[in-house]
Write a protein that binds this ligand. Sequence first.
Ligand SMILES: [Fe+2]
Ligand SMILES: [Fe+2]
Length: 300
Amino acid sequence: MHPNRKITFDVYITIGGRYVLYLRAGGSFEGEKLEHFISKRADIFYVREEERDAYKSYIKERVEDSGLTAAERAVILKESSFSLIEELFENPKVDEALEESKSVISNFVTFIDSEPSAVASLIGLSSHDFYTYNHSLDAAVYSLGLAKVVGINSKEDLLDMGRGALFHDIGKRKVPVEIICKKGGLDENEWALMKKHPLYGLQLLIEFPDVSDAIKACVFEHHENHVGNGYPQGLKGEDIHVMARIVALTDTYDALTTKRSYNDPMSPQDALTMMKEKLSGRFHPDLLNSMYSVLFKLKK
Ligand SMILES: [Fe+2]
Ligand SMILES: [Fe+2]
């Protein structure tokens, strides 16, 4: 939502557990209205299902709105995607989630293409907690940044990259939630099940012929290691799809730099150092070097 832009759908908030119409289509969050909204701590608002498309086009227009700064557009994009992503992971219909992800990721690609500081603005908004939704979206943002640095530039490829990263852990839907959320180490059997999530993910996607091989590779190959000791196939080096190599790296990077129940987040620099030293062999060295330029704009 932006204070100087008219909204095109009704906005509801909840008061005492009831939905209350807060602002009608055609209004804007200017002046008092905005202050009131903020003072109510109404940081969550609701839009009627019938107006979902109007809401989505509003977001799309704001992302392309050259009258807004990159930082403002980044916030609108990130905040609005969160609810869509949440739905995407809750929705039992994988085909709908796949379809929905096209418009979400396409907004990110448009933004990144239109604005040199876009990736930096988005990275600045990376979540500090590790939840599946945050993690998937953050992995998508880092992956898009890294893909561009290594010369993956076409809109179509970037769309695959973003969606592949977004869905990389989709197979975890089939792993029992007690295992996913278990604190501390997994026993041998639990670990064996956990390691099946790339295969489960591939099985979920295989029935949709319009899902590209690149997206499937991100899902199936994101735990392969550069030196060949990853899973499930033990692929090596460039036999691993380039986009899966990118996800492998951004997945680990995000896990190291966000707070999870059992660890404190590392700084970007420490995380990269660890990936270079202790985890060397897992990532393609050129790609790891390129990650420095995504994060710190350093040249290789
Ligand atoms: Fe994974
Ligand atoms: Fe992951």
